[in-house]
Design a protein around this ligand. Structure first.
Ligand SMILES: [Zn+2]
Length: 183
């Protein structure tokens, strides 16, 4: 992954500012839906737009076909749509990923088709940036340090923050927090 120089520091800074603006303390949980709403989006379950049975069919066909996406219509606030069939940690990170695109003012330009449904997505660099920033927003370094200082296990952290254990392990690794707490 080749993120541009300075991006990682910028992402932590955006996360810190966003937590402050949302009045969250380090021990609090960042909720993807609350984040998207804070950024001015409306948030919807895809079942409001399509029949849940069609979603189920798509899911049965290809489990990772659809997680979440953002629609922008002229003059309207952006709408984030998530797949209600995903578990809560997955949904949390998918909605946060969409919110991260908005934070970074990414332009949705690439048309992607999945199971006959068209989605707009961003280019590869922007996808990488959004994924990185979503991780920072959900579990910023300061929040991770807060939990590690209290000797919470990765499982404890993932449960309390409604994140996958993979996401927690990933954030511990990329922030260097693991090195700091190895004794
Ligand atoms: Zn994306």
């Amino acid at each position: 992954m080749a993120l541009r120089r300075g991006f990682k520091a910028e992402a932590e800074r955006i996360a810190t500012e966003t937590w402050e603006a949302m009045n969250l303390e380090p021990g609090d949980r960042m909720d993807g839906v609350a984040l998207a709403k804070h950024l001015g989006c409306s948030v919807h379950s895809a079942s409001e737009l399509v029949d849940i049975r069609d979603l189920q069919r798509l899911y049965d066909l290809q489990k990772n076909a659809f997680f979440a996406c953002t629609f922008k219509f002229a003059g309207k606030r952006p709408a984030v749509v998530y797949n209600p069939l995903m578990d809560e940690p997955r949904r949390n990170s998918d909605v946060a990923h969409e919110a991260a695109h908005l934070c970074l003012d990414h332009q949705l330009s690439r048309l992607k088709r999945v199971g006959g449904v068209a989605f707009l997505s961003c280019d590869k660099t922007q996808e990488e940036e959004a994924s990185w920033l979503a991780g920072c927003l959900l579990l910023p370094r300061f929040a991770l340090m807060h939990d590690l200082k209290r000797r919470l296990s990765q499982k404890n952290i993932s449960e309390k923050r409604v994140l996958s254990t993979d996401m927690v392990a990933y954030r511990i690794r990329v922030t260097g927090a693991a090195r700091q707490f190895r004794s």
